[in-house]
Design a protein around this ligand. Structure first.
Ligand SMILES: [Zn+2]
Length: 86
């Protein structure tokens, strides 16, 4: 049974100055098209602009404070903060 969930990330209008930004600008073109993170969970995150897979198979949104620059279209993406229930 496949419970994979795919979410689109939130596009930031400009490069954020108060967050860590991960980019693949220093990698070869071939490596850049791979996801930043590949885990063993059921959550995928796509670029909110072009749909490129930025994070794959996460267990949960562990990385909400980070911003990822899409290697395909160059937009800055952030995971929507998820309100935890306690
Ligand atoms: Zn993109």
């Amino acid at each position: 049974m496949n419970d994979q969930n795919t979410y689109k990330m939130r596009i930031l209008p400009t490069k954020p100055i108060d967050h860590t930004v991960f980019s693949m600008d220093n990698l070869t073109q071939e490596r850049r098209m791979e996801p930043f993170v590949t885990g063993e969970g059921v959550i995928d995150y796509q670029c909110g602009s072009c749909g490129h897979f930025i994070l794959r198979s996460l267990r949960w949104a562990q990385v909400t404070q980070a911003v990822y620059k899409c290697p395909k279209c160059g937009h800055y993406n952030q995971i929507e903060p998820i309100v935890k229930k306690h």
